[in-house]
Design a protein around this ligand. Structure first.
Ligand SMILES: [Zn+2]
Ligand SMILES: [Zn+2]
Ligand SMILES: [Zn+2]
Length: 405
């Protein structure tokens, strides 16, 4: 955090702004040394008092030595405020840095701390100041952290060397994550970590997942769903519709289509893969395929393409006349082990019981269509637009491609 604040302060000073630096966690001398370590020599700004250090840290150190009482370390908000206020005319239109406000508020009740923070904000408005308050959130209670956030115009949070801009008055984005890096001149620069189109909600969920596992796989599945969609677990919907379709019920069930069902547990939730018929490979390519009659070689068209001509990669002879020495055999599949085939096998894996099966051993289930009967129509009022809608429980293949993020 310090290097970023130092850099901001240095930029303000170079722009001719005057500032007050309130030291609570370390002495002014240490802070000036720290500025230098980060590559910012502020000597000439301190010499002409463009930057003035209010060293509460050294004052409390002396008070502690003199009184030998821990209470000497407590900051009195009124006294401190008075000390700060006398610099206002000098730093007008400039900036004020509090390093750190957590040390200050640590000994204050939330209400007192809030009054102090609000007084600072009023100062900032009155004297047109930029106030930067550094806070270590871990020693503070959640209430104080929230209070400090709410009273600020902008909140920058550092966590694991990334900077999270949760709010910044006057900017469009209300939530942004940035990575802090150094450029070739040793200056800190902020870069967006995530594409700006990613929402905080999605990123939060992905982060939660990746914190538990290192990899995430997109798998194609066959599942039951309804049209139109109902936001309820499908099993519950099915059970309810079956109950409603019992004799004397309000809906009529009609068989609609057949679907794949796990032969082991009857579940309809299955992963669905395409498999090479010659091996177990489930990663395949599909492409326009040519067959060379002379040698019988069959491969995807790009394998034959050589400088505008078609040349057989196996026998090295040029392909001359379609239908005479070669033919297009259509779209074929090739697995990563090199097997080329006009067909693929269907491979299923039950999501519920992990049982693996192919189309031959799959069980067929029946999906139904449920329609309101006369009795149902009297009970459930339907307007003319909705009259056409019927609930169909059908099987869909998700569009998700198999692959890794
Ligand atoms: Zn199963
Ligand atoms: Zn294969
Ligand atoms: Zn050939």
């Amino acid at each position: 955090m310090s290097p970023l604040v130092f850099q901001m302060a240095y930029t303000f000073l170079q722009d001719g702004l005057r500032g007050l630096y309130i030291c609570l966690d370390r002495s002014a001398d240490e802070t000036i040394a720290h500025f230098k370590e980060c590559g910012f020599n502020i000597d000439h700004f301190t010499e002409d008092y463009s930057l003035f250090f209010l060293d509460f840290f050294s004052q409390s150190k002396e008070a502690l030595i003199d009184s030998a009482q821990l209470s000497a370390l407590l900051y009195n908000p009124d006294e401190s405020f008075r000390a700060i206020a006398q610099f206002m005319d000098w730093i007008k239109n400039g900036f004020l840095i509090i390093d750190t406000i957590s040390t200050f508020t640590l000994n204050l009740e939330t209400k007192k701390a809030y009054e102090f923070a609000r007084a600072l904000k009023l100062l900032a408005r009155t004297f047109n100041l930029i106030i930067i308050a550094i806070a270590y959130t871990s020693p503070l209670d959640a209430q104080t952290v929230e209070m400090l956030r709410s009273v600020s115009d902008a909140n920058l949070t550092f966590k694991n060397s990334t900077l999270h801009v949760s709010s910044f008055l006057g900017t469009i984005s209300s939530s942004e994550r940035l990575i802090v890096t150094k450029n070739e001149r040793g200056r800190l620069v902020l870069r967006r970590i995530l594409p700006s189109s990613l929402s905080e909600e999605i990123m939060g969920k992905l982060e939660e997942t990746f914190s538990k596992t290192q990899s995430l796989t997109l798998k194609p599945t066959l599942t039951s769903t309804t049209t139109p969609k109902i936001d309820l677990p499908i099993e519950k919907v099915k059970q309810a519709l079956e109950k409603l379709s019992k004799p004397e019920g309000i809906v009529e069930a009609k068989p609609y289509c057949s679907s794949i069902t796990c032969p082991n547990c009857d579940s309809q939730e299955v992963y669905f893969y395409l498999k090479c018929p010659d091996c177990d490979e489930i990663l395949l390519e599909k492409g326009e395929t040519l067959e060379h009659f002379n040698c019988g070689h069959i491969a995807f068209r790009p394998n034959f393409e050589r400088e505008g001509k078609l040349v057989c990669p196996k026998c090295r002879r040029e392909l001359r006349q379609i239908g005479v020495d070669y033919k297009q055999v259509g779209a074929w599949y090739k697995c990563t082990s090199g097997h080329v085939s006009p067909n693929v096998q269907l491979q299923f894996s039950c999501i519920k019981c992990s049982y693996e099966f192919d189309l031959d051993s799959a069980k067929l289930g029946t999906q139904k269509k449920y329609e309101l009967n006369e009795k149902g129509k009297q009970i459930i009022t339907v307007n003319t637009h909705q009259q056409k809608s019927v609930f169909t429980s059908e099987i869909v293949s998700s569009e998700a491609n198999r692959g890794k993020l």
